[in-house]
Write a protein that binds this ligand. Structure first.
Ligand code: FAD
Ligand code: NDP
Length: 514
């Protein structure tokens, strides 16, 4: 890799043979070595890595406005309508809590009714996003990735067409194409859904205060949005079709639900929406159906936010023209991220059956570029990807849930170490510690290899990130308990896990230092 970067600097890497691993004869036939469709986390990572090896790269990025007209700049979901604005809103909530805690710590905060200014928050968030958009464009220019702000679609397996700003149709050819078009929020097929509802694509730039909000869906997006709305002083209700956080550890999901309920977030269980109507005063009447009690009810909200999952953006790509097969609205790939058409690849959220997370998209895009243009053989490892749900007490995990471990190895082969804990900093403001809990799911025999780690508490993402590397390196319970903690932190609780579920002992601690 270093050799390629050095060659590029010297200009030698622009000479296609013998420095490139791909066929120089084939390459001469095409306008570009690589065209990337989609300038989000995965597409940009792939494009920027590829140019490091001296190849000619072009990246398309285009955002279709939402039904209420929201649109944004280059960088994809994470930067514009995902991780980044969400983390900023989450931080705004944590700061709101911190202001109240500060009083207990002796700060003289004169106005106890301190309130956030939604418009000001939205503006700050949007200003930051615009600065990231700008830096991204400059970075692409500096790195010599050609960027076209248009929707690209296939004409044949090597030809991409797009429209210029003046409406002219242009075509270009590429040796390799990487599809990194990501997804967009789904809307339910019920009356009023698109007319009156918004999604995560709109909320971070929503000019109107959200007010009383119905959040439909209990996945990552639904729970995170409900929590930041509550933290900012609004009144969210979460509508749950089946279970909260499908696919996650059940005990942790239930604990998360209890934590949110304690904070005043209402859950409407086993319920689906059936219609949304606008009332004369502008508020929204939502009709819904409880699938267990078989009853129909309705309620009035200021905002309805659909968080019912995301749909892959395959529709506009004209994939049939290239012969690329889809699976539902996604693209199935092999372990090299190749589609059924060998020179067409896919990375990020558009891949069928892979985690929809930014670091996954970035690493798979980068590794793909290295394999295509720098002779690497390293494949993306999609196992044991750590993740965090950014609720006020965050939940982070890596590896298997308790259920998954039991299913794979059998209950007799699993040992679960667990414990509640009391963060030192919670004592003075008397914050609830009821949901501060962690567990390690391990093999029962030998040094007890750890299969999964789960943590609910402050800065969960920061805590689990380091343990994720340890887990990928074969962490055992023996090693964990031989690790000296950093005191007084909450992460050190992992090094003090001594109670197994099997023992039936009480996992509640007596004090902070027991
Ligand atoms: P995207 O980032 O979606 O980029 C695809 C780009 O391609 C988009 O700009 C799209 O408009 C464009 N495009 C589509 N079709 C075409 C076309 N034909 N031609 C040109 N351009 C096209 N992940 C985390 O890891 N941590 C988080 O905290 C987190 N929070 C999230 C919060 C929310 C509310 C949401 C919705 C998602 C969150 N995610 C988070 C997920 C993360 O945003 C995605 O996994 C990630 O953005 C996927 O990257 P991607 O490159 O596959 O697609
Ligand atoms: P999810 O698929 O995680 O959740 C969708 C939710 O909507 C589920 O509760 C589902 O219920 C429900 N639902 C689906 N269809 C309907 C319907 N027709 N009516 C009512 N409810 C319905 O999608 P999200 O949009 O929350 O998140 C998408 C992805 O984005 C995540 O998988 C994650 O990878 C990524 N993300 C990551 C974040 C992070 O890292 N912190 C934050 C936000 C998003 P049911 O269980 O019954 O199907």
């Amino acid at each position: 890799m270093m050799l390629f970067k050095a060659l590029r600097k010297s200009g030698l890497a622009r000479c296609k043979f013998p420095f490139r691993f791909t066929s120089c004869v084939a390459n001469q036939k095409y306008d570009y070595d690589l065209v990337v469709l989609g300038g989000g986390s995965g597409g940009l990572a792939c494009a920027k890595e590829a140019v490091e090896y001296g190849v000619r790269v072009l990246c398309f990025d285009y955002v279709k406005p939402t039904p209420v007209g929201t649109k944004w700049g280059v960088g994809g979901t994470c930067v514009n309508v995902g991780c980044i604005p969400k983390k900023l809103m989450h931080q705004a909530c944590l700061l709101g809590e911190a202001v109240h805690e500060a009083v207990a710590y002796g700060w003289n905060v004169n106005d106890q009714n301190i309130k956030p200014d939604w418009k000001k928050l939205v503006k700050s968030v949007q200003d930051h996003i615009k600065s990231v958009n700008w830096v991204t464009r400059v970075d692409l220019r500096d790195k010599k990735v050609e960027y076209v702000n248009s929707m690209g679609y296939f004409v044949d397996a090597h030809t991409i067409e797009y429209k210029t700003k003046r409406g002219e149709r242009m075509q270009l050819t590429a040796e390799y194409v990487v599809v990194a078009v990501g997804g967009r929020p789904r809307y339910p097929s019920i009356p009023g859904a698109t007319e009156y509802g918004i999604t995560s694509d709109d909320i971070f730039s929503y000019e109107k205060e959200p007010g009383r909000t119905l959040v439909v869906g209990a996945g990552y997006v639904g729970l995170e949005c409900a929590c930041f709305l509550k933290g900012l002083g609004y009144d969210p209700t979460v509508m749950v079709r089946s279970i909260v956080l499908r696919g996650f550890d059940r005990q942790m999901s239930e604990l998360l639900t209890a934590m949110m309920t304690e904070r005043g977030i209402r859950f409407l269980s086993t319920t689906i929406p059936t219609a949304v109507e606008r009332l004369p005063d502008g508020r929204l009447l939502v009709k819904y159906h409880n699938t267990v009690t078989e009853t129909d009810e309705s309620d009035v909200f200021d905002t309805v936010l659909w968080a019912i999952g995301r749909k892959g953006l395959t529709e506009d790509l004209n994939l049939e023209a290239a012969g690329v097969k889809t699976k539902n609205d996604k693209i199935a790939v092999d372990q090299t991220e190749a589609t059924n058409v060998p020179h067409i690849y896919a990375v990020g959220d558009i891949i069928y059956g892979r985690p929809e997370l930014t670091p996954v998209a970035i690493l798979s895009g980068r590794l793909l570029a290295r394999r295509l243009f720098a002779g690497s053989t390293q494949l993306m490892d999609y196992t044991d990807v750590a993740t965090t749900v950014f609720t006020p007490l965050e939940y982070a995990c890596v590896g298997m849930s308790e259920e998954m471990a039991i299913e794979k190895l059998g209950p007799e082969n699993i040992e679960v170490f667990h414990g509640y804990y009391k963060p030192t900093e919670f004592f003075i403001p008397q914050k609830s510690v009821r949901h501060c809990y962690l567990k390690a799911v391990a093999e029962v025999s030998g040094d007890q290899k750890i299969l999964g780690l789960h943590y609910m508490g402050p800065v969960a993402g920061e805590v689990i990130q380091g343990f994720a590397a340890a887990l990928k390196s074969g962490l055992t319970v023996k090693t964990l308990l031989n690790t000296v903690g950093i005191h007084p932190t909450t992460a050190e609780e992992f090094t003090r896990l001594s109670i197994t579920k099997r023992s039936g002992r009480d996992p509640t601690p007596a004090s902070c230092c027991s």
